[in-house]
Design a protein around this ligand. Sequence first.
Ligand SMILES: C[S@@+](CC[C@H](N)C(=O)[O-])C[C@H]1O[C@@H](n2cnc3c(N)ncnc32)[C@H](O)[C@@H]1O
Length: 233
Amino acid sequence: MQPRDPKAIQALFDSIAHKYDFLNDLFSFGLHRLWKRKLLSWLEPSSGEKWLDLCCGTGDLSILLAKSVNPFGSVLGVDFSYSQILLAKKRSLSDSSRIVSWVQADALKTGLPSVSFDGVVMAYGLRNLEDPEAGLKEIYRLLKPGAKAGVLDFNHVVENSIISFFQKFYLRKIVVPIASLIGLKEEYAYLERSLKRFPSGLLQEKMAKEIGFKKVEYKVLAGGLMGALLLKA
Ligand SMILES: C[S@@+](CC[C@H](N)C(=O)[O-])C[C@H]1O[C@@H](n2cnc3c(N)ncnc32)[C@H](O)[C@@H]1O
């Protein structure tokens, strides 16, 4: 499968949805939860605000957000995978999640009204979009003036650096072999390919400035393995 082929990506995330949370915890040693919390601590969502989680998957970040904007705010989770959204709906049967709603839609064509959110998050979604720049433009379109956004993903590290060696080792020798054991080799081999075409932090910052974001900052996490693009409209 080639990165950025939306139909293939949708099929991929549909097919792995039932194992997605388990594998996410396994491959990140549970640390993705910490990185998502860190992202929210930088964004400081507050009670009463209206937030959007683009490429929400099974909705863990949406529900975390709901705890911050509770009780008068709202969170909308958007993903184009039917199976991921179905699992997100199941996950949100608890109290704090009542203010979360879910929509199956393409993050590049949400059809949501412009200038309507106090904040937008996207975790591990930008790398999968057909056109990441168009994804940032869509975020900009949806934000109210002065509103914040945070995009968390793998960091596209410098080739031949120690961290790039470690990233390759981790993806090739840990992730893919484990995924192979449960018949998901090709699905997880896709991760490294998707990273090759993913813009670096510096490039993401440049794109965001050109789009018109007033404040742009790229921060690294996990010793440089992950990165977060923090934006203000
Ligand atoms: C790696 S998962 C991340 C899910 C979740 N945000 C998380 O952090 O666990 C990427 C998600 O992006 C969704 N996705 C990819 N491209 C999309 C698009 N163009 N529109 C909407 N969702 C998309 C996939 O269906 C998948 O659920």
